[in-house]
Design a protein around this ligand. Sequence first.
Ligand SMILES: Nc1ncnc2c1ncn2[C@@H]1O[C@H](COP(=O)(O)OP(=O)(O)O)[C@@H](O)[C@H]1O
Ligand SMILES: N[C@@H](CCOP(=O)(O)O)C(=O)O
Length: 320
Amino acid sequence: MAVFTPLSEAQVAEFLAEYDAGTLTSLEDVAHGTENSTFFVTTDRREMVLTLFEQGEHEELPFFVELLDFLAGHQLPVPGPLHDREGQALKTLAGKPALLFPRMPGKWPVSPNVAQCREIGAALGRMHAVSQHFTGQRPNTRDLHWIKPMHHKVLAYLSPEDQALMADEIDVCEDVFSGVDLPQGALHGDLFRDNTLFDGDRLGGIIDFYNGCTGDLIFDLSILVNDWCSNDDGRLDQARYDALLSAYLAERPMNADERRLWPSMLRMTALRYWLSRLLVVYVDPPAHSLTPKDPAQYRQLLGRRIEEGALPLPDATQPA
Ligand SMILES: Nc1ncnc2c1ncn2[C@@H]1O[C@H](COP(=O)(O)OP(=O)(O)O)[C@@H](O)[C@H]1O
Ligand SMILES: N[C@@H](CCOP(=O)(O)O)C(=O)O
C-alpha cells in the first residue's frame, strides 16, 4: 500500500522548522505502510520517519507517545518521538495527527535465525522489566474480553469442527485464566517480525506500537514466540524457541502462575490472531486494497499448540 495523504517538500520543510532537526534534504514516500501514511524524511542533520495517522483511535495517540517516550528514555530500541521546540510530540499536518520519529536501521527478518530470536527475546525481556513501572493505562483491546463477544461474528463462516474448536478454546481460556493475577505492564501488543528492524543479527528497532496497551506480560511474549519460532507447518522450532525464551527469562523471570499458564497463553494468542484475521476476511475488510493475512495459518498454529501440550520452558540460567 502507498501513502494515503501525499505531502509536498514545502509542507514538510515548514513542518520541520518547528523542530530542532535540521533542514530538509529529501522526502520519500514509504510504500509498504498498511494503515497510516509514512515518509522517510532526511535533513542535513539526521534521518527520520514522519507518520500521518489515517485511521484508528486518534484519542489513543497520547498514550502511544507517553509509552514510546518512557521506553526510549529507558534506552530501549524503540523510536522515541521527536518533540518540537515547544515540547510537543503530537502535531497536526495536512489535517492529520502527525508524529516524527528517528529512523531506525535495518529491515525486518523474514526467516529469523537463532541469533535474531535471542536478540528479540532479550529486548522484550528488558522492555517488560521496565514496562512494569510504566504508569499509563490502556486496557488490552485483544484479550479474552474481546475474543469472547467477537467470535460470534465469524462462527457462520467456519466448518462445524472449527466452530467447536473456537468455542471450546474460549471455554478453556475462561476456565484457566479466571481468578489469576498475572504480572502486568505495558505491552507492544503485536510484536511480529514485520514490526522489527534488524541490521544483520543486531536489532535496529521495534516499531509500530499502535497495538500498545497494558496487560499480562506473557500475552506479549506468546505473540512473539508464535510468530518468531513457528515453522511453516506451525510446529515450534526448538532451537529458536529455546534461544528466544532463555534470553527473555534472563532479563525477566516468570513467576509460578506464568509458567503454569504459558502453554494456555500460547493457545490464547494463536486464537486471537485466528479470530482477528477471520474478521478482516469476512466481517470488516479494510477500505483499501490489502491482501489480508491468512487466518488458516493461525488455525493451524492453534492446532499445533494444542498437540504440543505442556511445553517446557528453558532454564534461563543455561545460555541457549
Ligand atoms: N522508526 C522507523 N524507522 C525505520 N523505518 C520505519 C520506522 N517506522 C516505520 N518505518 C517503516 O515504515 C513502514 C510502515 O510503518 P508502520 O508504522 O508499520 O506503518 P503501518 O502502520 O501503516 O503499517 C515500516 O514497515 C518500516 O519499513
Ligand atoms: N500482525 C497482525 C496484523 C495486525 O493485527 P490486528 O489484529 O492488530 O489488526 C497479523 O499478522 O494478523
